[in-house]
Design a protein. Structure first.
Length: 143
């Protein structure tokens, strides 16, 4: 199998509750835990990591397209909020992503275009959420 099509991850329990050390192919470990009383709140929860994954996936694809379009981006931040279901499994029913961009040569239409491309084709995390979670994207362009 083509190595670019395969990822290998590992989580290892590191205490007597629910704290894991997670690694992916030699990168620095990440602490994954759960809230008390089941965990000690010593790391990210799985859903927090999902929000980070979606945010960085959208950010990577959007920035790649904007830079290819010759846009100068001097600041870029995505803040994400996940709204959880009340019934089990209590995963997200809605994710709201707010993008803050500083650029002197960027229009709202161009951001709409790259967000649309990311959703439709280029962000695999978003693709896996489709049909299960509503994702809303808002943005603020500051010149």
């Amino acid at each position: 199998m083509d190595k670019s099509k395969e990822l290998t991850a590992s989580v290892r329990l590191i205490n007597d509750k629910l704290n894991f050390a997670g690694t992916v192919e030699g990168n620095a470990p990440v602490s994954i835990d759960y809230t008390p009383p089941l965990g000690d709140n010593q790391g990210y929860t799985s859903l927090e990591l999902l929000l980070l994954s979606l945010s960085s996936c959208l950010g990577s694809s959007a920035l790649t397209f904007l830079r290819r379009m010759g846009k100068t981006i001097t600041a870029f931040e995505i803040r994400s909020k996940g709204i959880r279901k009340q019934e089990h499994p209590t995963g997200f029913s809605l994710i709201i992503m707010e993008i803050y961009i500083r650029s002197e040569n960027l229009t709202e239409e161009e951001v709409d275009k790259v967000v649309g491309l990311s959703e439709a084709t280029f962000c695999p995390v978003w693709s896996m959420l489709k049909g299960n979670v509503t994702v809303e994207v808002k943005y603020n362009i500051n010149n």
